[in-house]
Design a protein around this ligand. Structure first.
Ligand SMILES: C[S@@+](CC[C@H](N)C(=O)[O-])C[C@H]1O[C@@H](n2cnc3c(N)ncnc32)[C@H](O)[C@@H]1O
Length: 211
């Protein structure tokens, strides 16, 4: 079984309880991702144009039960969520149905193969990229850059200070340092325009495409 399949299986098993099991730090990170992405989407029309004639598209990778995607449904013309766990996606679809949200779609896709073609304006990801090792994260950032969004908002387990003791089992959670992510983002053609530290191990990076 690949690492990605193992993560999918683990999240399938967690899906039913996922929305009730998150910490205050997770919620703080989530809110920052949503706020930054909302601000970026609202810049459209202000000298910034959507990449498609049919309006702005937000792509949320590692979307899980849709926390980011559903919160931003009213801010983009179309929101696309991608995840490897069918169990998490199923919950996301159910929430969209319950809320009567018709502009959001959820389907299988991976960071390095998002299974999405077409113009994307803003990419988001919250609490998911750390499931890849550092080389995988760099590859994923390259894949995201190749979609040519104007911005990528990344909330995640990120080391702002190296812990004295390993804080995670790297086969499950493998956070990068903020330096590794900053290098990978700038090498892929992004400029970091905001760095938000939630804790020494959690934060949000806003990366905008260099013009
Ligand atoms: C902790 S959850 C976060 C979900 C959501 N973004 C949120 O903020 O609640 C991590 C998600 O990443 C997904 N995931 C893990 N590896 C992935 C990969 N390689 N590509 C896409 N999604 C992945 C998992 O299935 C899971 O739904």
């Amino acid at each position: 079984m690949s690492d990605v399949d193992a993560h999918a299986e683990r999240f399938d098993a967690k899906a039913a309880d996922y929305d009730d099991s998150n910490s205050p730090e997770y919620r703080a990170c989530l809110e920052l991702v949503i706020d930054h992405a909302r601000e970026l989407l609202r810049r459209s029309g202000d000298g910034v144009t959507a990449r498609s004639d049919s309006g702005e598209v937000l792509l949320d990778l590692g979307t899980g039960t849709g926390a980011v995607a559903l919160a931003l449904a009213g801010e983009a013309d179309r929101v696309v969520g991608r995840d490897v766990s069918e169990g998490m996606l199923e919950r996301a679809r159910r929430k969209a149905d319950e809320r009567g949200v018709g502009t959001v779609s959820f389907d299988t896709g991976r960071f390095r193969e998002p299974a999405y073609e077409g113009p994307v304006d803003v990419v988001t990801s919250n609490y998911a990229l750390h499931h890849l090792d550092d080389a995988g994260k760099r590859e994923a950032i390259g894949t995201i850059a190749a979609l040519e969004p104007r911005a990528f908002v990344l909330g995640d387990l990120i080391y702002f200070a190296e812990p004295d003791e390993p804080a995670h089992d790297p086969s499950v959670d493998d956070p990068a340092t903020v330096g590794h992510l900053a290098d990978a983002l700038t090498d892929a053609g992004f400029v970091l325009t905001a760095v938000e530290r939630v804790t020494d191990g959690i934060g949000v990076l806003v990366a905008e495409r260099a013009r």
